[in-house]
Design a protein around this ligand. Structure first.
Ligand SMILES: Cc1cc2nc3c(=O)[nH]c(=O)nc-3n(C[C@H](O)[C@H](O)[C@H](O)COP(=O)(O)O)c2cc1C
Length: 319
């Protein structure tokens, strides 16, 4: 039985405003991973990062750091510990070309010996527990056994595995055979991440890996904000509840940005996933994606709630 459910970090989407409103309306996540910060060698937390990381609501959060140099990661981990964080996550998964070209994110998986030295420096110096979120490799899944051997040399608080390689980004089949290897051979606790979008999907994962005690869910919990609650035996979201959620979120974004245009842009990113909760949502969802400006957004959102019914048993398509 999976005992712990983590909310995955989605940069640009699951930022502070989203986490706060989602948590208030639906909840059910044991921990929220904050999308990465990427410290420079100047070693300052920018005012923007600080705003993102401040946590007056006291949500159970884990911040994530992306760095090429171990010294920069260690510095950031210390700064985050000073802010009260009790675990810091290392990003070894980001597939973006601009990130990997700088040797960060999944770019660190390219050279296993270098990764080993990086982890050695991090685990010799860090005073706060460090967890890792990784892919199977940079080029091919066959790289994973070697990487796992390296991970096994360090006391990683939790190894979250997204069983794809960098060119696969977030699409196509996941390599469950290699996740099975992580389950069999990891000396550190393991968390599964990838494409969990329905109660049935999570139950199937539990049946396949009875020893798995943590899963991380991202897009599935945006597409169906009640998914984690449903996994704990709670009810599905009603239309009224979803409307209250989207309206508060839109208002919170307007308060944050001080204007409606960027707020409606953020909402459209949420609706990109959320539309899959509705029967025949493609047409209005497509119109919303192509629409411009807050008025068009508001009209289309109102039409979705007026005209469309919720699916009986959403399977959480990932768009
Ligand atoms: C738009 C977007 C932004 C993301 N940002 C981050 C990030 O900041 N840090 C990270 O570790 N993963 C990031 N991810 C990956 C997700 O955390 C997660 O691993 C991925 O979406 C697969 O899980 P899911 O199928 O449950 O969504 C991002 C994914 C997407 C689609």
């Amino acid at each position: 039985m999976i005992a712990r459910l983590d909310f995955a970090p989605l940069d640009g989407i699951t930022k502070r405003v989203f986490r706060r409103v989602w948590h208030a309306h639906f909840g059910g996540a044991d921990r929220y991973f904050v999308p990465f910060i990427s410290p420079t060698d100047q070693h300052v937390i920018t005012p923007r990062d600080r705003r993102e990381l401040e946590n007056p609501e006291g949500l159970p959060q884990v911040p994530q750091v992306m760095a090429k140099q171990a010294a920069d990661f260690v510095w950031a981990a210390e700064a985050l510990a000073d802010m009260g964080y009790e675990e810091v996550n290392l990003n070894l998964g980001c597939p973006s070309g601009t990130v990997t070209a700088k040797g960060k994110g999944s770019g660190l998986l390219m050279d296993p010996d270098r990764l080993d030295r990086f982890l050695d420096q991090v685990f010799s110096a860090a005073r706060v527990p460090v967890s890792v979120k990784t892919r199977l490799g940079y080029h091919t899944p066959e790289e994973f056994p070697r990487l796992l051997e390296i991970f096994n040399r360090y006391p990683i608080a939790c190894l979250t595995v997204h069983p794809r390689v960098r060119p696969e980004k977030y699409r196509g089949a996941v390599h469950m055979d290699l996740f099975a290897l992580a389950m069999a051979e990891s000396k550190n606790p393991v968390c599964y991440n990838g494409d969990l979008t329905s109660v049935a999907g999570v139950r199937a994962l539990e049946a396949q890996f009875p020893g798995l005690d943590a899963a991380m869910i991202g897009r599935g919990a945006i597409a169906d904000p009640a998914l984690l609650r449903r996994l704990r035996g709670g009810p599905a979201a009603s239309k009224e509840e979803l409307q209250a959620f989207t309206q508060e979120l839109y208002q919170a974004y307007q308060d944050f940005y001080g204007q409606a245009a960027p707020a409606s842009q953020r909402m459209k990113e949420v609706w990109f996933y959320l539309i899959h909760l509705f029967e025949n949502g493609e047409r209005l969802g497509g119109r919303m994606r192509r629409s411009r400006g807050p008025r068009a957004y508001e009209e289309l959102e109102a039409r979705i709630f007026q005209e469309l019914e919720l699916l009986e048993d959403p399977q959480g398509e990932l768009a």
